[in-house]
Design a protein around this ligand. Structure first.
Ligand code: DAH
Length: 353
């Protein structure tokens, strides 16, 4: 038996040394340690041995077993190492070096765009604020003049958190549907005059298609002062467009309903493709919808303890993905988050132009 074990060791060590590739090694491994492998079957004969023999054989068997599996692993590592270096010398010889590392990390084009947008508003005194992504229905809806059971809630397809297991009543905890959940927090935290912006991700229960994602970004402004009016909203919107897309840009306000602003406005930008002439992208109107905005509803100001007779406010929100889609004619919203490096790289080049 002792001889047999030593024999296996010598024969297989030789086979391992001669193995040319990983599949050779796999076969050797199966021959040794597979279901019917030599080292698997051998211990079945140990029952025939007497105690004294077993005292010698058993440690020897274990030693050789460990030795052979170690040799297989070493050889495996060596084969891998050899094939990598062979690959890079071969490719070097055809003048094409393969880089096995990932491309250098860069900021996502959306982040770059958002930082640029933030800089545009920093210049006129806005500072940044963070609001939670998981929030209560109070900050996301109630405080914004959207009571429970009010049909306006249907404007936002909401993802509710299964909160019962945390002892929270169902329907009270949700993923924020918009960055407007920052509004009341901002109004409560700061005394007017207020100039704050909030950038971040929002979530909705959407049927996914080229124009709808469950996860997307929003950019929100809250501006409170004495005697603000729609004229200031018009100015603010046009200021942004001119800074972001050039001095020829114009903004147009249209009446639009949002429960937390009164009057509410949809803000259109002069179509960046046809500069107002009318084209396919703007549906021949010369204008493209850019933002939701309005004068902060007196009730919302009151909820924060601000006297609506003394102060007025502007709330303004855009979708950064939508802005980039318009800017570069991107036709599928889902591209922003599906990790398609080709798309991201092309977009980055566009941004640099
Ligand atoms: N929160 C709105 C949405 O998600 C967008 C919006 C509309 C923001 C009007 C505002 C606003 O600040 O005044 O659809």
């Amino acid at each position: 038996m002792e001889e047999k074990i030593n024999q296996i060791s010598i024969v297989y060590k030789q086979k391992i040394d001669q193995a040319k590739n990983l599949s050779d090694l796999d076969l050797i491994y199966i021959d040794l340690f597979g279901k019917n492998g030599e080292m698997t079957l051998l211990p079945r004969q140990f029952s025939k041995l007497i105690k004294e023999e077993l005292k010698i054989i058993s440690p020897l068997f274990n030693k050789i077993k460990n030795y052979l599996s170690e040799q297989i692993e070493l050889k495996r590592a060596q084969i891998k190492e050899d094939s990598y270096s062979k690959l890079s010398t071969e490719t070097l010889s055809i003048n094409e070096k393969i880089n096995f590392t990932l491309p250098k990390a860069k900021l996502h084009p959306l982040t770059v765009f958002e930082r640029q947008t933030a800089d545009i508003f920093k210049k006129i005194g806005f500072s940044q604020f963070e609001a939670p992504y998981i929030d209560t229905d109070y900050y996301n809806f109630e405080a914004l003049n959207i009571p429970e059971e009010h049909p306006a809630r249907d404007l936002w397809d909401t993802l509710y958190i299964d909160s019962e297991k945390y002892g929270i009543q169902p329907g009270k905890l949700l993923l924020r549907t918009h960055t407007s959940n920052s509004q009341l927090r901002i109004l409560k935290r700061y005394n007017p005059p207020i100039r704050i912006m909030n950038i971040g991700t929002s979530f909705r229960y959407e049927n996914l298609d080229a124009r709808h994602e469950h996860t997307f970004d929003q950019f929100e402004l809250v501006f409170v002062d004495k005697n603000l009016s729609l004229a200031d909203l018009q100015y603010l919107s046009e200021y942004y467009l001119k800074e972001a897309f050039g001095q020829q840009m114009k903004a147009r306000l249209r009446p639009k309903y949002y429960p937390f602003v009164e009057p509410g406005a949809g803000i259109d930008a002069l179509c960046i493709f046809c500069k107002g002439q009318g084209c396919k992208i703007c549906g021949n109107t010369g204008w493209i919808e850019l933002a939701g905005a309005g004068m902060i509803h007196p009730k919302v100001l009151e909820n924060a303890g601000i006297n609506p007779k003394e102060y007025s406010g502007i709330a303004w929100g855009i979708g950064p993905e939508r802005m980039l889609m318009l800017k570069y004619g991107i036709n599928d919203l889902r591209l922003f988050r599906n990790g398609d490096l080709d798309f991201l790289e092309k977009l980055e080049i566009e941004e640099k132009r």
